[in-house]
Design a protein around this ligand. Structure first.
Ligand SMILES: O=P(O)(O)O[C@@H]1C[C@H](O)[C@@H](CO)O1
Ligand SMILES: Nc1nc2[nH]cnc2c(=O)[nH]1
Length: 324
């Protein structure tokens, strides 16, 4: 158990009073103010500990693996045993999930006997939350004792061979929002989380990628599973044909609106990361096409593949647990 987890487990749970600043951009009392619209609220180490303490003091589960469910993929949270459900509105300092297909609950429980914490719904930049806020729960996972993060998303398939319902194991990302000066690690750095300048090569753990590829083979879904590059765009508008053609030229295989800032935050605090996309739609790269990307299609593709995805994640969790 990490030293910091031990320390706060030995102290009584912090009483939680009042609530809450969901959707609010006001800085918390322990945060340095900033005028940057992308930075918004800064979560101090103490605040992250307070949130973690709130969760851990209400369950005996001590998770080593955190899981984030993407759009339409939250069903996994229903499959946990010994589960305690925490609606985001009850967790101190937590934002609210505002997107269809994101239930907005943290679940602590077991997946085939392995203790995990699962986010049924995540936070996106386009909801109006700054990236620090979108990825804050990753730090909560770390302080709760997690050593690994599995993060999933719904994404548009840009690679020609990708079909709806396919899985793309993420081998790398392009942090285009970071190119534009928007990074979840912007602002003061607390070395208790990690270094000021964390590396991002090998962000997606190569050993976990291999394990997942073998698992896809064992599950008989090898032909529907790929390994590729993900890009997170700000959203909420989907992409134009020219934009998609540009990303494809630059080596992008799947296009989404999440995950990258979570992975950056996870690597900063030394969580090992495994990520995959469910391809929920084929990106439209033909000017003559009458098709249009839409969120209903995204949710429906998730629903159709929920059993396979739940098995895939559960078996990855078992494999990771064997390595702990
Ligand atoms: O939370 P994820 O990344 O799975 O959701 C994707 C991106 C948008 O939130 C939404 C667009 O349909 O799906
Ligand atoms: N940006 C983006 N996000 C998605 N999420 C699911 N499908 C898509 C898509 O086509 N584009």
């Amino acid at each position: 158990m990490p030293e910091e987890t031990k320390v706060f487990l030995e102290t009584p749970a912090i009483p939680i009073s009042g609530k809450k600043q969901a959707n609010s951009f006001s800085a918390s009392s322990d945060s340095p103010r900033t005028s940057s619209p992308t930075l918004g609220e800064h979560y101090s180490y103490d605040t992250i500990e307070e949130i973690s303490n709130y969760l851990l003091s209400r369950t005996h589960i001590r998770p080593k693996i955190g899981i984030i469910c993407g759009s339409g993929l939250g069903h996994l949270g229903e499959t946990l045993s010994d589960a305690t459900y925490f609606p985001y509105e009850d967790i101190p300092h937590f934002p609210l999930s505002t997107v269809v297909g994101h239930a907005g609950r943290m679940v602590l429980g077991t997946l085939n006997g392995v203790e995990v914490m699962v986010m049924q719904g995540r936070f996106h930049f386009y909801e109006g939350y700054p990236l620090t806020k979108c990825s804050m729960p990753v730090r909560v996972m770390k302080v709760c004792g997690c050593t690994h993060l599995i993060t999933t998303n719904a994404a548009g398939g840009l690679h020609d061979s990708y079909q709806i319902g396919d899985i793309m194991i993420v081998k790398d990302h392009i942090n285009i929002m970071g190119f534009a000066g928007n990074n979840p690690l912007q602002g003061p750095n607390d070395p208790r989380f990690g270094p000021r300048f964390p590396p991002m090569n090998r962000a997606y753990d190569p050993e976990l990628i291999k394990i997942a590829e073998n698992l896809a083979n064992d599950m008989g879904i090898k032909d529907e599973t790929h390994t590729g590059v993900y890009i997170c765009l700000g959203g909420p508008s989907y992409e134009t044909v020219s934009e998609l053609r540009m990303w494809r030229m630059l080596g992008v295989d799947a296009v989404g609106m999440s995950t990258v800032h979570e992975v950056i935050t996870a690597r900063h605090c030394d969580l090992k990361v495994f990520a995959f996309s469910l391809i929920t739609n084929k990106c439209i790269t033909d000017y003559d096409s009458n098709g249009e990307a839409n969120h209903a299609e995204v949710i429906s593709a998730g629903a159709k593949r929920q059993d396979v995805l739940a098995t895939f994640v559960t078996r990855m969790v078992e494999k990771i647990n064997e390595m702990l």
